[in-house]
Design a protein around this ligand. Sequence first.
Ligand code: CTP
Length: 403
Amino acid sequence: MGGKRILLCIGGGVAAYKCLDLIRRARARGIAVTPAMTRAAAEFVTPLSVAALAGEKVHQALFDLTAEAEMGHIQLSRAADLLVVAPATADLMAKMAGGHADDLVSTLLMATDKPVLIAPAMNVRMWLHPATQRNLATLRADGVHVVGPDEGDMACGEFGPGRMAEPEAILAAAERLLAPKGRLAGRRILVTSGPTHEPIDPVRYIANRSSGKQGMAIAAALRDEGAAVTLVTGPTNEPAPAGVSLLRVETAREMLAAVESALPTEAAIFAAAVADWRAAEESGRKLKKDGSGAVPDLKLAENPDILRTISGLPPGRRPALVVGFAAETNDVVENAAAKRARKGCDWIVANDVSGGVMGGARNAVSILDASGREDWPEMGKEEVARRLAARIADWFAAETASC
Ligand code: CTP
């Protein structure tokens, strides 16, 4: 569960003290906790204790200028992987069901695009009240997940359903929601993307027309299939997908170093348009015209071939599935087949870049592997990415079945 983050919204109920144990247990499992408290919650448990156990600041006020400057409430509710409301009081549930946003916690719950888990806790009569049951049904229909309440003796002296679920049970429910889903869940996959920039002098560089769209879309599609994705990208204006580990580089040599640092992975997809050549000597100063009309004598050196380097790694270090791309302008399939053999990769995704593919939104590709060739019709780059991720998931499923 390492790397996951819960935004814990603590409501105002006697059970709020159990949140201290919940925070401790979550952190012991490698889950970071961002705490937020309602005004009433602070009557039951001190923000100081909560902050000390979470190791993070407690968010309490909606209009906190410092917090808004550091991290707005919208961002706060989206930076987490899961929102947990514990204890979810009758009042908080009513606010959520009604879509109120008049304090920090209710606003965070309205602003989020992440799954929400509530742990209701209240007096048995309040729990059984038709208004609470109506709100519960609304929240369930809205996709809110619910853990508990348990039945038992209550702080108010009554007996029945309404006790907040124990911290272990809340954490187990949270972990089920945090666990990656999809056919590539638990698989580590590396993707390279974008162009590289090879400096000539401090202001000029050698580059190409790659926008990074296809590689970014592949990283997002693999993430959506549940993979843990490391994306190594050259300079691009494309927004990087959320939820992948991102390594930004400039040059081919930096890209190779970043790729090597990300290994071992089970698959590697080389969608980057790596510059084949760099300036043999980068000038530390801007090259100037001398007035004679002479042009600089620009000498080039060949860049390392990242795909070939990784394909040639010994078994154990080499990803089990290595996928290259072939950008061709003529004899696409023949050139791509030769490239696959030369580079030693398992699959090659051939595309004709003579049209507006580089920088464009659509792509028509053929996939070449040991068993032959598959031609895909022209489609959006996102769709190419989804189909490629699905093909990779099929490949792993077949591999696992044959083991
Ligand atoms: N590639 C790489 N490192 C390089 C050059 C290319 O990793 N220095 C990878 C690309 O990411 C792609 C594949 O190799 O997956 C093929 O790239 P492409 O530009 O089509 O081919 P080149 O190797 O550059 O060959 P050529 O320019 O002769 O077509």
